[in-house]
Design a protein around this ligand. Structure first.
Ligand code: PMP
Length: 359
């Protein structure tokens, strides 16, 4: 049997592991920070109607510029943004990849602050960009001074700031984003995949007059649309021009465009659960604290908690009870996505039972 190492693969990909959040067909999946609430049926019906219409013209290539979608995304974001400021792709992962294809690549480096989104280094390696890292402050914070010092030391071409940060839930203040921008001639990308769950001011407010700043977003989290694969960014129109150089032609299918535009027309219904999810997140944190764990203050839809003696053991004990959460590789920590009220109750009950059993 041929194995990967027998193939003439790029030297820099040898020995690497693919992204692989474990998936299990369990009833309570709180492992990949999805919105676990289903799409409202009336909205789903409208999306199906839009898809049916798009299918009728699927003999033709889609709108390469996905103009209607960019208009809808600009209207959703507000902040005076127009379609020219928006770029979209198949999930914000692809937005990040295109950003590194255009602004990273061989001989260039991207700076990140672990623990952070596990795909950031993987996208860096896929695009041949060197992934360089610097430490965070206490409690996973990122002060302007810390970020500026790291930029001065490592001289990156691209800086990734994840706010709120996955897997910690920690926000990055706009003072830090602005300081990072001033400290580099490169691109500063704020990954705001979880922004809708935070009460902080978005980095979107900093875009005016900062042509090297990118704010990336996704419909996968708050918007309950992970399966449709729609991510996007807001930036100076010149950034979109740069991404046009590296994107594949027609990268967003007509079906994706139609589904996303239809979903965005129902933004309030799609986002209706955000407050409820925040309530469940805070309930999870309080419940975990009461059980003696140490949850990190989260502004996203998940909670990272410490004081876990044996993360893998606890992970498997929950799995036996049909609950899937995530070991993100931080010693003595696990991460859990805030679910529906019932899912959150099931998780907290299972944790209390395991605690009572001496775990
Ligand atoms: N950024 C962050 C911080 C994430 O956690 C995720 C998904 N886990 C993404 C980007 C990518 O999401 P998607 O490709 O579904 O938009």
């Amino acid at each position: 049997m041929t194995s990967l190492s027998d193939l003439p693969i790029r030297d820099d990909l040898r020995g690497l592991k693919p992204y692989g959040a474990p998936t299990d067909p369990v009833s309570i999946q709180l492992n990949v920070n999805e919105n676990t609430h289903p799409i409202p049926e009336a909205v789903a019906t409208d999306i199906v109607t839009a898809l049916a219409k798009a299918v009728m013209t699927a003999n033709r290539y889609p709108d390469r510029e996905f103009t209607e979608l960019r208009e809808a995304l600009a209207a959703y974001l507000g902040h005076g943004l127009t379609a020219e400021n928006i770029w979209a792709a198949n999930g914000s992962n692809e937005v990040l990849q295109q950003t590194l294809q255009a602004f990273g690549g061989p001989g260039r480096r991207v700076l990140g602050f672990p623990p952070t989104y596990s795909m950031h280094p993987i996208i860096a390696s896929g695009t041949g960009t060197e992934w360089v890292t610097a430490s965070r402050d206490a409690a996973y914070d990122l002060s302007p001074e810390t970020v500026v010092a790291a930029i001065a030391e490592l001289n990156p071409d691209v800086v990734f700031l994840c706010s709120p940060n996955n897997p910690t839930g920690t926000p990055v203040g706009n003072a830090t984003v602005a300081a990072a921008y001033d400290a580099t001639d490169g691109i500063v990308l704020v990954d705001e995949a979880y922004a809708e769950f935070s009460d902080r001011e978005s980095a979107l407010t900093l875009l005016e007059g900062r042509p090297r700043l990118i704010v990336s977003r996704t419909m996968s989290k708050a918007f309950a649309f992970a399966g449709a694969r729609v991510g996007y960014l807001a930036a100076d129109p010149a950034i979109a021009d740069a991404l046009r150089l590296v994107r594949l032609p027609y990268h967003l299918s007509a079906l994706t465009q139609a589904a996303a535009v239809a979903a965005l027309a129902h933004a309030p219904e799609m986002l209706a659960m955000v407050n409820e999810i925040k309530t469940q997140r805070d309930r999870m944190s309080a419940g975990l604290s009461a059980l003696g764990f140490t949850p990190v203050l989260s502004e996203a839809n998940f909670v990272l908690f410490g004081n876990v003696a044996e993360p893998q053991e606890l992970f498997h004990k929950l799995l036996i009870q049909d609950i899937l959460i995530r070991d993100v590789g931080i010693p003595n920590h696990l991460r859990v996505t805030a679910g529906t009220e019932a899912e959150t109750t099931a998780f907290l009950d299972a944790m209390a039972d395991l605690r009572a059993l001496g775990r």
